[in-house]
Ligand binder design. Structure first.
Ligand SMILES: [Zn+2]
Length: 631
């Protein structure tokens, strides 16, 4: 799909964030071996780079290395703004520093080596914050209007408004037709930055001061500020005899659901042929993925907010999708829906296929349980008179259906084994749910005969360590070592990339599916988002997305912690493209933090790479053995 994987990965993960730009660290002038041409002593800053804008406001990390230290002069040292910063023998350092209340943070780095010393003045950009005027009692933070932009909703549907303005004020939104709605103070504490919530293990970081001057209100949708024909809404703030007002930058159009717009989903409107042909659906605009709709799925449009479109899946369910993946059908097209007919299973050598006849390409969702899959069809009413098993299949225990709402049907397939993988697609109007047969695993040689796909994370993107080690270089080296270990134990191993050529995310997961991988593991090295203390938040973590991959993630986490000997941050469920495939268990490992000098050194060394590789091989083997022993 259009860049969604990259987008989400870069928002959610540290290591996938374009921390130091999209290119590898350029070939810096490497010190020449001869003493005469030796690089002069200085402190190099790798992060933040000139293009980076620090997103936190109280503290930030800087990292880099001291270069050009004279060989015979004993250990070099570094201070930043007078504070000593520990240096590794290779010159690498990381520091956690307070930030000034400004958009420019200046640091004085002083490196010493024997008789030499060098001062580097370094300036980093910090994201601007709104500053209330000192000479006014009444003010409005005009950067804080939410929602802003263009919104389309059915008339009367409530819109939650939030804004930051002078504390203790009387705040109202004056509507173009003469009335107004009040905004009330929101007395709960400020929400910490998203990265802190997701990645800080220190809950003290969640405790922020109470929000002074946050207001919220409720606006029923009506045409406002639209197409230059209707007037706009104005926020007024009154406090202590002073007043301020500003136009709320929001356009509201109303959507007529009496004659609904029906749309078809197409994530490849440009016909590039390079998409995964799925449109992700989210419970909130730009939220995490909750549905995966194949191209051709039809639904009714029930709202829009800027570049996001809201689909009415059934009376009670809605999903937000990217508006540019939505193509309207001819006016007058009836909303998709109708009767779900009798279903049939067809057994095949590597899978069993459930065929569900539908009146249209209705939106659906597959939910996993340990030994069952449930297919929820939106906009359908069941007339499933027959559920045909087509012979006795060792994988299928029972089928059942239910009608949990007047326009939602569920079909559940109970299995005799734990779910290994599945995929769903449309064949004409029939929805096919293909359920994969688990591989036959020998408990004493769990890797023998297995197909493993290893994905060396990045490029594009990838984090960079203090001395310039680039994540994709380390992940490829680890993957090559793990491949040899797994092959030695009888597995067939494919790597999604074997050189430095950038490879997007979809070709990687497609590669794993084309090879019918039994297991997919994506290998990464971690970095943190701005504002998270790297000294208290680092270690090994492993991510999965679908429930059936949790045991794989746990086995990998345990094995990697044992091999690498760093802190166990635990496994997590994360919305990464490389763990979303449904055809096999998949996990993404963040074995070490490349931004920390010691862990960067491990990632760059033969021994560290071998340990990471051993953790991967043992984790995969332990997961397969556990599966082989299940009843
Ligand atoms: Zn990464």
């Amino acid at each position: 799909m259009r860049s969604v994987g990259v987008l989400l990965a870069s928002v959610v993960t540290g290591c996938a964030a374009p921390r130091t730009g999209t290119a590898p660290v350029p070939a810096r002038a490497q010190p020449a071996p001869s003493a005469a041409a030796r690089e002069s002593l200085h402190a190099d800053v790798v992060y933040p780079a000139v293009t980076d804008v620090i997103q936190s406001h109280d503290s930030a990390f800087l990292f880099g290395s001291v270069r050009g230290a004279s060989a015979g002069a004993g250990p070099a040292s570094l201070t930043i703004d007078g504070r000593p910063v520990p240096l590794r023998a290779n010159g690498a350092w990381i520091a956690w520093l307070p930030l000034p209340d400004d958009t420019l943070a200046r640091f004085r780095l002083v490196a010493h080596s024997g008789p030499d010393s060098n001062v580097t003045l370094f300036a980093a950009r910090v994201a601007p914050q709104y500053r209330p005027p000192a000479d006014r009692a009444a003010w409005i933070d005009t950067t804080s209007f939410t929602p802003a932009g263009s919104l389309a909703l059915p008339p009367g549907e409530g819109i939650l408004l939030t804004v930051h303005a002078a504390p203790g004020a009387s705040v109202r939104l004056q509507l173009p037709w003469g009335s107004s709605v009040p905004l009330v103070p929101d007395s709960l504490p400020v929400e910490p930055p998203r990265g802190v919530r997701a990645f800080s293990t220190d809950t003290a970081a969640f405790r922020l001061p109470h929000a002074a001057g946050r207001y919220m209100g409720w606006l029923p949708a009506a045409a406002m500020c639209a197409d230059g024909r209707t007037a706009c809404a104005t926020l007024t703030v009154a406090v202590g005899g002073d007043g301020a007002s500003a136009r709320w930058p929001l356009t509201v159009n109303t959507l007529d659901l009496t004659f609904p717009t029906v749309v078809v989903l197409n994530d490849d409107t440009a016909h590039t042929g390079t998409t995964d042909s799925l449109t992700p659906g989210r419970a909130v605009p730009h939220g995490t993925y909750n549905w995966f709709f194949p191209t051709g799925t039809e639904a009714t449009l029930s709202g829009r907010w800027n570049d996001q479109a809201r689909l009415q899946l059934s009376r009670d369910a809605v999903a937000w999708v990217n508006a540019d993946e939505v193509v309207p059908l001819s006016a007058g097209t009836p909303p998709p829906g109708g009767v779900v007919g009798s279903v049939r299973l067809s057994p095949g050598p590597k899978s069993v296929i459930l065929r569900v006849p539908l009146p249209a390409r209705l939106p659906f969702q597959v939910t996993e349980h340990d030994r069952a899959l449930t297919l929820r069809i939106y906009g359908g009413a069941s007339d499933i008179n027959w559920m045909q098993y087509g012979g006795t299949d060792p994988l299928v225990r029972r089928m059942s259906y239910a009608q949990p709402a007047s326009d939602e049907v569920t079909i559940t397939v109970d299995l005799t084994r734990r779910v290994w993988g599945y995929r769903a697609r449309y064949d004409g109007r029939d929805l096919l749910l293909e359920i994969r047969r688990p591989p036959e695993i020998a408990p004493d040689h769990p890797l023998r005969g297995r197909t493993i796909v290893l994905d060396p994370g990045h490029p594009p993107l990838g984090a960079t360590g203090p001395t310039g080690l680039w994540e994709p270089v380390a992940t490829l080296a680890v993957a090559l070592k793990a491949k040899r270990l797994l092959e030695g134990a009888g597995a067939t191993v494919f790597l999604t990339r074997t050189d430095s050529t950038p490879l997007e995310l979809y070709p990687r997961t497609h590669f794993a599916e084309m090879h019918d991988a039994d297991v997919l593991v994506s290998i990464h090295a971690n970095a943190l988002p701005d504002g998270v203390n790297p000294f208290t938040n680092n270690g090994t973590s492993v991510y999965y997305f679908h429930p059936r991959s949790a045991p794989l993630a746990r086995a990998l986490d345990r094995a990697l912690v044992a091999e690498l000997g760093v802190r166990d941050l635990g496994m997590g469920r994360g919305d990464y493209a490389l763990v979303r495939p449904t055809w096999m268990p998949a996990a993404l490992t963040e074995g070490l933090f490349i931004m920390l000098p010691d862990q960067e050194a491990m990632l760059g060394s033969e021994d560290g790479q071998r340990r990471y590789a051993r953790g991967l091989a043992r984790g995969i083997e332990n997961f397969l053995r556990e599966r082989a022993r299940e009843p």
